[in-house]
Design a protein around this ligand. Structure first.
Ligand code: NAD
Ligand code: LMR
Length: 332
């Protein structure tokens, strides 16, 4: 706490100093994500927590000369790690091995995320929570149910991080189009697994791809995670690209909290878009503001093909979301 107060007192305005906690900071994602967050000048207090090893990661990144204090915490320090956090990023949990789906991680990761959500509710009830741990389609509802049970749920401040799908879409589209990926902006909606990932190519300049090329591109975006899992051959899933995605999304949430305007990223949030059809959470573009989500944007115009992809995604999402809700009901 002292470090945060000290940092704020030296900043020109209170809205340029933020505490970010990374839960699972010693992992394949956690380490590079911590590095990238150390490079974000809005972060003045970086709290790194893991079951083991976080103090070492903290000592390492703390030598980078940016204006933030870095602290590492083992389990007995969870309260201290979380207290005063503006954003909590959660990459804690096990990754896939070849042959597994993200849903196969549910049994292990559901309880990890549930317990961290309980701690978040107890020690940082106002923090924005960014969930990376898979299966995101279920872990986000798990966090929501826990926070509801604790009376601290703020739907504007809970995010499933789907940014890696957006990064992949930019990259893979550029490979097909021969364009610069930096300039390829693709909106990806739905959820974060297989067919629930729906890139809206009709909203890009590449709406006239032949059907075979289009379908192959969509499939690659939907199953890009498998490429990495297979290439790592048992050593885990995407970590470095995910760290970049997580840092970009956390940076966008920070920009919104700081009052910057027109900060828009897709994210899997408590969404009004398809609630009437029973889909409580859905990823679409959201505008990020000082209180978290300020606007959940509609999907915009879709091709007939995209309409059918979104429909399929919704059917699967309803089941994935219910699985998370049921887990918390049965295992409070
Ligand atoms: P990893 O095994 O390398 O690291 C996970 C870390 O979490 C480990 O350091 C472990 O000690 C820690 N951990 C486990 N239980 C914990 C707990 N209760 N409290 C604190 N820390 C705990 O795995 P990884 O490659 O970093 O992946 C982490 C998760 O992120 C996986 O579930 C993976 O599927 C998911 N992931 C999501 C996306 C996405 O786009 N949202 C992308 C890649 C990976
Ligand atoms: C990804 O999309 O790379 C992650 O969700 C990890 C995985 O299991 O594929």
């Amino acid at each position: 706490m002292f470090t945060k107060v000290a940092a704020r007192s030296f900043s020109s305005s209170a809205s340029s100093a933020y505490k970010v906690a990374v839960l699972g900071a010693n992992g394949g994602i956690g380490q590079p994500l911590s590095l990238l967050l150390k490079l974000n000048h809005k972060v003045t207090d970086l709290a790194l927590y893991d079951l083991k090893g976080a103090p070492g990661v903290a000592a390492d990144v703390s030598h980078i000369p940016t204006n933030s204090t870095v602290s590492g915490y083992d389990p007995e320090g969870l309260e201290q790690a979380l207290t005063g956090s503006d954003i909590i990023v959660i990459p804690a949990g096990v990754p896939r091995k070849p042959g597994m789906t993200r849903d196969d991680l549910f049994n292990t990761n559901a309880s990890i995320v549930r317990d961290l959500a309980k701690a978040a509710a107890d020690y940082a009830p106002d923090a924005a929570v960014c969930v990376i741990s898979n299966p995101v389609n279920s872990t986000v509802p798990i966090v929501a149910e826990v926070l509801k049970s604790k009376g601290t749920y703020n739907p504007k401040k809970l995010f499933g991080v789907t940014t890696l799908d957006v990064l992949r879409a930019s990259r893979f589209v550029s490979e097909v189009a021969g364009s610069n990926p930096v300039h390829e902006k693709v909106t990806v909606v739905g959820g974060h697994s297989g067919i629930t990932i729906v890139p809206l190519l009709s909203q890009t300049e590449h709406k006239s791809l032949d059907q075979e090329t289009r379908d192959a591109l969509i499939h690659r975006i939907q199953f890009g995670g498998d490429e990495v899992v297979q290439a790592k051959n048992g050593a885990g899933s995407a970590t470095l690209s995910m760290a970049q995605a997580g840092a970009r999304f956390t940076g966008a949430v920070l920009d919104g909290l700081a009052g910057e305007r027109d900060i828009v990223e897709p994210s899997f949030v408590d969404s009004p878009l398809f609630k009437s059809e029973g889909v409580e959470f859905f990823s679409s573009k959201v505008t990020l503001g000082q209180d978290g989500v300020s606007t959940v944007h509609p999907l915009g115009g879709l091709s007939d093909h995209e309409e059918s992809l979104v429909k399929e995604a919704k059917d699967t999402l309803i089941k994935n979301i219910q699985k998370g809700v049921d887990f918390v009901k049965q295992n409070p």
